[in-house]
Ligand binder design. Structure first.
Ligand SMILES: [Zn+2]
Length: 205
């Protein structure tokens, strides 16, 4: 199996995939879900296992709204120096935490915390998850202001990009507001919001 890291949105032309890391987060995830529903956009949510354990109802809301789930590790550790066995244990624990919230949840992707991939892509593939990277990050963790985030997104989004954003790990209200504005402006220019490149092959976990 290939362990190539996916960073491309599905489809041709002006397509983009939005991905949100480090949640679920009761302060900002519900507002983000409202924004995405209002614009009829589905995204990928890279869930942190300990957050999923604390907020199982949000895991269920995310999936029920049609978004795709992604395993982002149990405690947001840097796994780059870990053995495959250590990585596999963390990834399994994370998927189990998500599935305690939502039995049978489909989790087609894994994203390494900090993008510190180390040996994790091959481990994720062996567990039936495709490594999900990104082409654009706008450092929304800096909370530079909604207007600046909008500027960075408009300047940086290119056709086919997977975009990294955050709904957890701090106050993400600027991200939520910026996403609302940017989706509106891209949709006005007939961009489409798609999932990352097809997530096959999927092996049983
Ligand atoms: Zn993260």
């Amino acid at each position: 199996m290939s362990a190539a890291i996916i960073d491309t949105a599905h489809g041709d032309g002006d397509v983009v995939s939005l991905t949100f890391d480090d949640g679920p987060n009761p302060a900002d995830t519900p507002a983000l879900l409202d924004v995405l529903r209002r614009h009829d956009v589905t995204a990928v949510f890279c869930l942190q296992g300990d957050q999923a354990e604390q907020h199982p109802e949000l895991v269920r809301r995310i999936a029920a709204a049609g978004h795709t789930l992604c395993n982002h590790g149990m405690h947001h550790d840097d796994m780059s120096s870990w053995t495959p066995e250590q990585i596999a244990a963390d990834l399994r624990e994370t998927s189990a935490a998500i599935r305690r919230a939502l039995p049978g949840a489909r989790i087609p992707y894994f994203r390494a915390p900090y993008g510190a991939w180390g040996g994790s892509p091959a481990v994720a593939e062996a567990l039936g998850m495709r490594p999900l990277g990104w082409r654009l990050a706008v450092a929304d963790w800096e909370t530079p202001g909604t207007g600046e985030l909008v500027r960075r997104l408009r300047a940086g989004i290119t056709p086919g990009a997977v975009v990294l954003l955050h709904d957890g790990g701090g106050d993400r209200s600027q991200t939520v507001d910026a996403v609302d504005l940017v989706i509106a402006s891209l949709k006005a220019r007939r961009w489409r919001f798609t999932q990352p490149r097809p997530d096959w092959p999927q092996a049983p976990a």
